[in-house]
Design a protein around this ligand. Structure first.
Ligand code: MN
Length: 402
């Protein structure tokens, strides 16, 4: 059902067999809905994300909140956590955020991690070498064998986008979310280690990452719709569960449009910003759905000088290390219309001048065709902008008069 309706309306499952809880999925399945959630238009989304990363706003903190209505000892099997695909090793939480702090309390990080349920009070999660990974390392260097974390599920779309965004280390993604929400985010502390979750979360866990215990994590269907490999990842112990009296469990279909939009949107915004620093005017950026919302970028620019397309390519590759194929088009091409993009490649590209092949670059660990041992891949850039050496009329779409 979730797969069939992917990219369409959000789904609320009101009667889930064996559970008292309702299940929601697909909330962020379209950019249109995401834009509505932060009172913007789709065209303003990239600027909204960039502005929020550049100027985060500290959220209010309340003593109480709806998420604190009920406190329980952990029984993960009582939560309708979904097993999604055929070869999944078990149920996976796919829409949860993890917040953690440095031991001196000065750095707070909030990030999205997939979490495999192992039993009623244990999980494992994939921690890519980014910010949470750095906090784990810092804790280990202080001689600690665990890192306290808070996990929250059932969240405002801005919180999910912020948690997926490439805000620099040291910037709390809660501040980014709050900026996107015009200052309306309220947090509340759970447990006694100063960890915060959105006060209106549906569900939150107090937990600790056990730094010296590793278990198998995976295989998991990621953005590519193919199985990611099995890795050793730390064991996580859940110590307490907080939830609203009648909470809704928020699910997310791995490899579905919601997954692609949440992961891709902050990187579209980043590509937009990086290319804007290189060529005079960027019109639009799309990390395409067919490109897994992650590996294929199409960028439209207003070309001023002959090399602009190439410089735009280099900036786009630099802005998103996982991107594999980038196409640069002119401003009259709609980056969301792949027919239009192909037309640009057909009528504006000369491959001996417009094609760039970059072997042995760092790529995405998710691409099964890449070298998944050392993380390298071959990247291709296509400059499908029209040459300025010919009259612009030659490339114009002919129109039928009114
Ligand atoms: Mn971070």
């Amino acid at each position: 059902m979730m797969k069939e309706r992917d990219g369409g309306k959000a789904l609320l499952f009101e009667n889930v067999v064996g559970y008292r809880t309702q299940v929601l999925s697909g909330m962020c399945g379209t950019k249109h809905r995401l834009a509505l959630a932060i009172h913007k238009t789709e065209n303003q989304l990239h600027a909204a994300v960039n502005d929020a990363i550049n100027q985060p706003i500290k959220p209010r903190v309340a003593n109480d909140g709806p998420v604190k209505e009920v406190v329980d000892s952990p029984k993960l099997s009582s939560i309708p956590i979904l097993t999604h695909y055929e070869k999944d090793p078990g149920p996976y939480i796919a829409s949860g955020i993890v917040s953690a702090k440095s031991s001196d309390g000065t750095i707070e990080n909030v990030s999205i991690h997939r979490m495999l349920v192992l039993d009623d009070n244990h999980l494992t999660m994939r921690i890519v070498p980014r910010h949470l990974y750095a906090l784990c390392r810092m804790a280990r260097e202080k001689g600690k064998n665990s890192l306290d974390i808070a996990i929250a599920i059932g969240l405002h779309p801005a919180v999910l986008v912020a948690a997926a965004s490439p805000a620099p280390f040291g910037v709390s993604e809660y501040g980014v979310a709050n900026a996107m929400m015009n200052g309306s985010l309220t947090l509340t502390e759970i447990g006694n280690s100063g960890l915060r979750v959105p006060a209106d979360s549906e569900l939150a866990f107090e937990a600790k990452i056990l730094l010296d215990k590793e278990v198998d994590e995976g295989p998991f269907v990621d953005l590519t719709g193919t199985y990611d490999i099995v890795r050793k990842q730390p064991l996580v112990e859940v110590t307490k569960v907080h939830h609203r009296r009648e909470y809704i469990y928020q699910a997310l279909l791995p490899g579905g449009s919601e997954h692609k939009i949440l992961m891709g949107l902050p990187y579209e915004a980043r590509i937009f910003q990086a290319v804007s620093g290189t060529v005079p005017k960027v019109t639009s950026v799309n990390l395409t759905s067919g490109g897994c919302g992650w590996l294929h970028a199409i960028v439209s620019i207003e070309k001023q000088t002959e090399g602009d397309g190439k410089n735009a390519l280099m900036a786009a590759f630099g802005a998103h290390p996982s991107v594999k194929h980038v196409v640069i088009v002119d401003e009259d091409i709609d980056v969301t219309n792949l027919q239009d993009v192909e037309w640009a490649i057909a009528t504006r590209l000369q491959a001996d001048r417009g094609l760039v092949v970059i072997p042995n670059a760092r790529g995405s660990s998710l691409d099964p065709s890449a070298n998944q041992e050392d993380g390298t891949t071959t990247k291709v850039g296509i400059d499908a902008t029209r040459t300025l050496k010919k009259s612009i009329e030659k490339f114009a779409k002919a129109r039928i008069p009114e």
